[in-house]
Design a protein around this ligand. Structure first.
Ligand SMILES: Nc1ncnc2c1ncn2[C@@H]1O[C@H](COP(=O)(O)OP(=O)(O)OP(=O)(O)O)[C@@H](O)[C@H]1O
Ligand code: SF4
Ligand SMILES: [Mg+2]
Length: 317
C-alpha cells in the first residue's frame, strides 16, 4: 500500500450512469428506461468509511453494484487501485438469510470466495474458516452447522467472515444492520469498527439510518434520483446540511418561511426515474425553487444546488 497521491483513491467513479431497459415492443425493443444512476462522480479513499444515504430507489444498491464491478455502467468509468479486482471488493447485504447459501455448511460459506478463485485444499480452507470465525466472534464448533441454525446477528457475522476471506481492501455494507435488533446492531457495528482498524479496510456504508451513519462514517454522500446531491464530512453535513433535500432527510427543514417559501412537500411522490427532469431533480419538492433552478444543476463544492450559498447566507433553514 502506498501513501499519498492518487493511490489513496481505492475506487473512483467518473460520470457513471446506469439505465435499465424496461417494457418491450413487438420487436423486443425497450419501450422505456429506468435511469438508476445519472452522472455520479465519487472518490473512495483508502481506509475511510463513506456513508451513502437516500430514499428507497435513489440508486444506492445500483451504485454498490457498479463499485463492485458486478454491473457494467451504461456510461462512465470506474478506476482506482481496487477497480475490477474481484478479491479486493466484497459486499455484506442486509439480509444474510437470503444472501447465504442455506445448503452449505458454515465453513464452506465463509471460504467460498477463496475456494472459487484459489482452489485451496479442504484442510487449508477449514483452517482459514477457523481463523475467520475467531475474528468475527463465532465459535469453532459451530462451523459444521448450516446458516439457518443461527440467529440474525450470528448470520451477519458469518457474512462478514465470508467477506473477509479474500482479504479485501473494500467492503460495501448495504444496510448491514437494518434487519437486526438494536442491541445486536451495536455489536455488529462494533465488530465492523474493530475489523476496520485491524485490517485497514475501506467501508462503503449504505443505510437509511442517520444515527448509524453518523456513528460510523467520516464522510457522507446523499443521493437523490440517481445523483449525489450533497457530499462532505459527516460532521458538517449532518449538522449543517446545505442541500434542501439533505435538510428534508435530516428533518431540519423550516415549515413556512418569508418570501413565500411555502412548505417543503414531504409526502409528494419521488419524481419518476423513467423521465428525468431537465433542471434540478428536486425542483417539484423543494420549498426554495426559483426559475433559475430549471437549469441543470452541477455538484459545486459538494452541493448540487445553485441557491445553496444564497440560502445559507439568508439563514435558511
Ligand atoms: N435490474 C434492474 N432492472 C430494472 N430496474 C432496476 C434494476 N435494479 C434497480 N432498478 C431500479 O433502479 C432504481 C434504483 O434502485 P436501487 O436498488 O439502486 O435503489 P436503492 O437506493 O438501493 O433502494 P433501497 O433503499 O430500496 O434498497 C429503482 O428505480 C429500481 O427499481
Ligand atoms: S436548485 Fe433550486 S429547486 Fe433545486 S434544491 Fe436548490 S433551491 Fe431547490
Ligand atoms: Mg438498496
Amino acid at each position: 500500500m502506498s501513501v499519498g497521491g492518487a493511490s489513496d483513491t481505492v475506487l473512483k467513479l467518473a460520470d457513471i450512469s446506469v439505465r435499465f431497459p424496461s417494457g418491450a415492443d413487438w420487436l423486443g425493443r425497450a419501450t422505456s428506461h429506468v435511469h438508476a444512476l445519472n452522472g455520479v462522480n465519487l472518490d473512495v479513499r483508502r481506509g475511510e468509511t463513506l456513508g451513502i444515504v437516500g430514499e428507497s430507489g435513489c440508486g444506492k444498491s445500483t451504485l454498490a453494484q457498479v463499485l463492485l464491478g458486478l454491473l457494467q455502467p451504461s456510461a462512465g468509468q470506474v478506476t482506482g487501485a481496487a477497480a475490477g479486482d474481484e478479491s479486493a471488493l466484497q459486499i455484506v447485504f442486509q439480509d444474510p438469510q437470503s444472501s447465504l447459501n442455506s445448503r452449505m455448511r458454515v465453513w464452506r460459506v465463509i471460504t467460498e470466495p477463496v475456494f472459487a478463485r484459489q482452489r485451496k485444499s479442504t484442510s487449508e480452507l477449514r483452517r482459514l474458516a477457523v481463523e475467520l470465525a475467531a475474528k468475527v466472534g463465532l465459535r469453532e464448533e459451530t462451523l459444521d452447522r448450516y446458516p439457518h441454525e443461527f440467529s440474525g446477528g450470528q448470520r451477519q457475522r458469518i457474512a462478514i467472515a465470508r467477506a473477509l476471506s479474500s482479504d479485501p481492501d473494500v467492503i460495501v455494507l448495504d444496510e448491514p444492520t437494518s434487519a437486526l435488533d438494536i442491541s445486536v446492531q451495536a455489536q455488529i457495528l462494533n465488530l465492523l469498527e474493530a475489523l476496520q482498524r485491524d485490517r485497514n479496510l475501506t467501508y462503503i456504508f449504505i443505510s437509511h439510518d442517520i444515527s448509524v451513519i453518523s456513528h460510523m462514517c467520516r464522510r457522507v454522500a446523499v443521493m437523490y434520483l440517481g445523483q449525489i446531491v450533497e457530499i462532505g464530512a459527516a460532521s458538517d453535513l449532518l449538522t449543517r446540511p446545505r442541500h434542501p433535500y439533505t435538510q428534508l432527510l435530516l428533518g431540519s427543514v423550516p415549515t413556512l418561511g418569508e418570501e413565500g417559501l411555502g412548505e417543503l412537500i414531504e409526502d409528494t411522490e419521488l419524481p419518476s426515474n423513467r423521465r428525468l427532469p431537465s433542471g434540478c431533480f428536486f425542483f417539484d419538492r423543494c420549498a426554495f425553487s426559483k426559475p433559475v433552478c430549471r437549469q441543470p444543476q452541477r455538484l459545486i463544492a459538494g452541493v448540487r444546488c445553485c441557491r445553496a450559498d444564497e440560502l445559507a447566507n439568508a439563514g435558511f433553514p
